[in-house]
Design a protein around this ligand. Structure first.
Ligand SMILES: O=C(O)CCC(=O)c1ccccc1C(=O)O
Length: 378
């Protein structure tokens, strides 16, 4: 496969409702859409999940643009790629970190590769499921009553798992009240690193509510304190922010830092690394689910494809486009029926990018071709 052109677009979509986590509130979503075009004119698509500010992790939209423009795109334009696995295994190995930037370009090449095979992205990744179960992530609200109203609405829509964002002071009372109203629903809490081991009493109190898991209670880069905490909690810990690679997953499993892992394709540097973590976790009996980063339909399509692998046994955060956007940028949009999404069987990601909507929401774009000066780091 030869990539002759890459287009980066900065898009901005307004969120229908603000989304609040322990690290901040998002009112809209700025992201980079990547289009990789082959010499025979086929386009592959993906998006970077980096946010405008370095609050979830250290990457931002601007750092991703820089790394893509100055390092990753020149490598992809210069080299003939036989299989997308080569990107992380051979071409990007000397560039440290910057996983979301790497995943965005690798993802576009995966879509292109699948389209050239005439196969779905799920198929070329080794996916086996035809339908996936979907959960929903519910941000921090101004009252427990409004949280209960949202749970009621999402239950009615058939969502299979309810994730409540927590932080110190918005935790035990919230979960207690929700559990009293809904004793049986599959419920979990996500702290986005809002606690330390000093909060052990508060975290232990959550053990009484039969939660499926507590996600990333401690520091975003920790696996040691999480192991300590897991040994003192009944509730499984799920790691998100702390797992950036197969190596991180191996170490966390070895230390018993968690019993569940959330895979975000962007956080781990792409689909190839996601597959490897999947296989390791399968071998060690660690169930997986796919996290969300408020993606557009393009990013969600990648999430749906990876979730079709067999060890994604827990519902993921791939909720419907209509919960986030007045309109999404794919045809069709991502829809959820009775808490399930059918994995597309069309070639590639299986959701067609709408050029009309993409152009409408693009703030800035840049096209890259192979030339001497772009090739300096390749
Ligand atoms: O995309 C979704 O539906 C869930 C979004 C979400 O929970 C989230 C959004 C931004 C940053 C971090 C997270 C998270 O999963 O922790």
């Amino acid at each position: 496969m030869k990539i002759k052109q890459v287009i980066l677009r900065h898009l901005k979509l307004d969120l229908l409702d603000p989304f609040t986590t322990s690290f901040g509130t998002e009112y809209d979503r700025d992201f980079i859409l990547v289009e990789a075009i082959s010499d025979d004119g086929i386009s592959g698509w993906a998006e970077s999940v980096a946010m405008l500010d370095p609050l979830y992790n250290e990457e931002t939209l601007k750092t991703n643009w820089h790394i893509l423009e100055d390092y990753l795109i020149p490598i992809i334009l210069k080299n003939e790629i036989k299989h997308p696995d080569e990107i992380s295994e051979k071409y990007f190995t000397h560039i440290r970190g910057n996983y979301m930037a790497k995943a965005a370009l690798e993802g576009a090449v995966w879509d292109l590769y699948a389209k050239k095979q005439g196969a779905s992205l799920s198929n070329v990744l080794g996916g086996t499921k035809k339908k996936i179960e979907v959960g929903v992530s519910i941000g921090i609200k101004d009252s427990i009553d409004s949280t209960l109203d949202i749970i009621e609405a999402r239950l009615g829509e058939g969502y299979k798992r309810f994730k409540l964002k927590i932080k110190p002071g918005w935790d035990v009372e919230l979960i207690d009240k929700v559990r009293k109203v809904y004793p049986e629903i599959p419920l979990m809490a996500d702290a986005n690193s809002a606690y330390t081991l000093k909060d052990i009493d508060r975290l232990s109190a959550l053990d009484d509510f039969n939660l499926m898991m507590i996600e990333q209670p401690l520091a975003y880069n920790d696996i040691i304190d999480h192991a300590d905490l897991q040994s003192r909690l009944k509730t499984p810990i799920c790691l998100d922010e702390s797992i950036h690679s197969l190596e991180d997953a191996r170490k966390a499993i070895k230390l018993d830092s968690c019993k569940i892992i959330n895979i975000k394709i962007g956080r781990v540097g792409g689909l190839t690394e996601s597959k490897k973590i999947h296989d390791l976790c399968l071998e060690h009996g660690i169930p997986l689910w796919c996290g969300g980063m408020l993606e557009s339909g393009i990013g969600r399509a990648h999430n749906i494809a990876i979730t079709s692998l067999p060890n994604f046994t827990l519902p993921g955060d791939t909720a419907a486009s209509s919960l986030y956007w007045a309109e999404d940028i794919t045809d069709p949009e991502v829809t959820v029926e009775n808490g399930m999404i059918s994995v597309p069987e069309l070639p590639g990601i299986g959701y067609e990018p709408s050029m009309e909507k993409i152009n409408k929401y693009t703030i800035h774009s840049q096209t890259y071709h192979l030339s001497e000066n772009v090739a300096r780091n390749a």
